[in-house]
Design a protein around this ligand. Structure first.
Ligand code: UD1
Ligand code: CA
Length: 464
């Protein structure tokens, strides 16, 4: 039976003091809601139904990128039970296992969700609840158990008698698994007879039990997984938990991280063995880095594909491919689909945009190379620039193999420099250069013998 996950994400998150809905705040580089949908997907959910409400358009627009996600809008927020009911009805979920997850609990792991699903999948229980005993249970729904260890009831903090609040210490972090058939059959039995006058999803425990069904408790192993985001301070706290978790995994896989406290790696990033990450490095998005690389210090890569044995020092890269044996930096900026091929070198204060840098080619100093196709074995002298923009269009520069471009050359695109050509330093190249030719554009040098010495004498004597 296909598994469905319902993600509760209609809340405002008042304490965030934000224009944006709480679940859209980012943990590392990804909105909270997407951490939850990802965990659900990894746990085997085939359908993911997100209940949106506050800031619905923003959440919907973001989730449009996740093909297996459907959004159901809860226009009136009448409680967690009402949110689940809205999802079941809106997405017509009537059978199979169902996970119910809080959209603001980003650190829950797929493995934990699979453990939570187990008693429901086996038919042993109609509902399963994750549970733990926090140091301070204040604010959480409290669990009451039967003699056989199954859950008898959940009492919300606000509905607890002082005695219940003091003695019931086992808490509900808000992650549930249900069998959809009894859930959808009986969710209409929820009432608002409680202190908050809300439909509580937690009341499904007593309702299902009343129908002779069992509710299992599944103990959470790692309390960090249950942390929720209600404030910016908690967001920062969870971000360090996520960072440490990812860094620990990478180190266990054979990556050296000199300073884990200043190394920030997104959840989808992969890093190969024996690669060294130096301080102040951020690897985000779909970035992958191969083996035996040195990345950093001060390097930020987003959606980059990096081969092996690459050195990236003080480099910012967005959406670029860097092949094996390349050296980049210090202080380079690569972007816009650039491809730096095997053995090439991109040096200091160099920007490369939407360009193909051929094998073994070198752009060592102070250059801008944009919209350029460069062959292999090319050398670009310091300070050279592709003038790719005429104010209206972006134009291409094509440079053949083994071209030598002297320093301070302006290549005014569209322009082609043929294989093996030589461009003299300080030329402004506006016309195509044939293969193996010399292109030189500069006025001839004058020599005036003795001029400098005579000038100095004049100045010393106070003459004009
Ligand atoms: C809930 C549980 C409580 C548990 C706690 C853990 C209930 C009644 N109580 O309480 O036992 O200890 O979570 O964090 O469920 N939401 C909607 N629509 C609504 C109401 C809520 O989508 O109408 C969403 C919120 O955006 C949030 C989640 O459901 O993501 C939880 O709602 P919240 O009101 O924060 O529940 P708690 O009072 O924390
Ligand atoms: Ca010139």
């Amino acid at each position: 039976m296909p598994m469905t996950a319902i993600v509760l994400a209609a809340g405002e998150g008042t304490r965030m003091k934000s224009r944006h809905p709480k679940v859209m705040h980012k943990l590392l580089d990804r909105p909270l809601v997407s951490w939850v949908t990802r965990a659900a997907r990894e746990a085997g959910a085939e359908r993911i139904v997100v209940v949106v409400g506050h800031g619905a358009d923003e959440v919907r627009a973001h989730l449009a990128n996740e093909k297996d996600v459907e959004c159901v809008e809860q226009t009136q927020r009448l409680g967690t039970g009402h949110a689940v009911r809205t999802a079941l009805e809106g997405a017509r979920v009537t059978e199979g296992p169902v996970l119910v997850l809080n959209g603001d609990g980003p650190l829950v792991e797929a493995e934990t969700l699979r453990r939570l699903l187990a008693p429901v999948a086996s038919g042993e229980a109609a509902e399963a609840i994750l549970t733990w005993t926090p140091a301070d249970p204040f604010g959480y729904g409290r669990l009451e158990f039967d003699e056989d260890g199954s859950v008898a009831r959940i009492i919300e903090q606000k509905d607890c008698t002082p005695e219940q609040a003091a003695t019931l210490t086992s808490c509900n972090p808000g992650f549930y698994a249900f069998d959809a058939a009894p859930l959808s059959a009986h969710i209409g039995e929820l009432t608002t007879a409680n202190v908050q006058h809300e439909y509580y999803v937690t009341d499904m425990v007593s309702i299902l039990r009343g129908h002779g069904l069992r509710v299992a408790a599944v103990t959470a192993d790692d309390p960090d997984e249950l942390l929720g985001v209600n404030s910016r301070a908690q967001l920062a706290q969870l971000t360090t938990v996520a960072r440490d978790r990812i860094n620990a995994r990478l180190m266990a896989e054979g990556v050296t991280i000199m300073d884990p406290a200043t190394t920030w790696v997104g959840p989808d990033v992969t890093v190969g063995r024996d690669t060294i990450l130096l301080p102040m490095t951020m690897l985000m998005g779909s970035t992958s880095v191969g083996e035996e690389c040195v990345v950093g210090p001060n390097t930020r890569l987003t959606d980059c594909t990096v081969g092996s044995n690459v050195s990236l020092e003080e480099t910012v890269g967005t959406d670029v491919t860097i092949d094996d044996d390349v050296t980049v930096g210090p202080r380079a900026y690569l972007r816009g689909g650039a491809h730096v091929r095997r053995g090439a070198h991109v040096g200091t204060h160099v920007e490369i945009k939407n360009s193909d840098i051929g094998e073994g080619s070198k752009v060592p100093h102070l250059s801008y190379i944009g919209d350029c196709t460069m062959g292999s074995g090319v050398n670009i002298g310091g300070g050279s620039i592709t003038c790719n923009y005429d104010g209206v269009h972006k134009n291409r520069t094509v440079i053949g193999d083994n071209v030598f471009v002297g320093s301070d050359t302006m290549m005014v695109a569209p322009v082609t420099i043929g294989d093996g050509a030589l461009v003299g330093a300080s030329s402004c190249v506006t016309r195509d250069v044939p293969a193996d030719a010399l292109a030189l554009e500069r006025s001839e040098q004058r020599i005036v013998e003795g001029y400098a010495a005579r000038r100095l004498e004049r100045l010393k004597k106070g003459e004009a």
